[in-house]
Design a protein around this ligand. Sequence first.
Ligand SMILES: C[S@@+](CC[C@H](N)C(=O)[O-])C[C@H]1O[C@@H](n2cnc3c(N)ncnc32)[C@H](O)[C@@H]1O
Length: 268
Amino acid sequence: MASDPYAKIVDTEPALVRTIGERLEVRAAHPDQRAMLDAYLADIVWPQDARVVEIGCGTGPVARALASRPEPGAVLGLDPSPILIERAKELASGLPKLTFEVGDARNLAQADATFDVVVFHTALCHIPGPEKALAEARRILKSGGWLAVFDGDYASATVAIAEHDPLQACSRAVTDHNVMDRWIVRRLPAMANAAGFNITRFRSHGYAEVVDPVYMLGHAERGAEVLAAQGVIGADLAEALKREARRRVTDHAFFGHIAYASLVARKP
Ligand SMILES: C[S@@+](CC[C@H](N)C(=O)[O-])C[C@H]1O[C@@H](n2cnc3c(N)ncnc32)[C@H](O)[C@@H]1O
């Protein structure tokens, strides 16, 4: 959607960019998020001392995880937001393999055939012109290099516990508001193929939050705020929907789920 604050991150209000940065760190800290990252990174046959770039790194939690692994020799994190890159540098002190630069996926400054692995982690769905980003990824990869794309199948995001659950309207509103293309993973195999990659693995990863929900609870609450900001509902109903989401947590009745998907492919 045109409203996606990530898709126009350079023009997004600095206070919101900082809040986004905090949310990215909270999300990445969840053990199940880390397990999904480790699962798809295991689908890569890692070259020794691999040169790795994470495109759309935000504050860098995934780049830090990559730099903490034994296989990469060097990890570069790229993001168009100078605010997020500055925060990424602060958080990465003490990781000598890791550097960050400002950069746009669709027009990279990196030279041809210089990386062994390119990672897009929940970034491609926010990039206007993902085909161009994949073409750039292919250009900077060495022959035989690995592309790893992980993204939410946001069309599947749900906090509903029954038919006609009003909280689902919140889920739908927040994904429509924050994700440029909520269907992208379903077209990803065809896009990667058209960009000249050979797919080696595509798989689904289920993510559920039931006990102590953080990401999906925030998802429901922000959806209520989006609906109020759009004038679809009033402030009182938005507050009531947020209270209902929190009541479910207290009553052990909260359910949040999103499917993620990963694609691992090689440049011939
Ligand atoms: C949901 S965040 C993911 C950040 C990080 N990969 C993570 O998982 O924590 C999406 C990121 O894509 C970045 N982004 C948006 N447009 C971009 C572009 N044209 N090129 C590269 N990154 C972009 C945003 O700035 C944001 O940091």
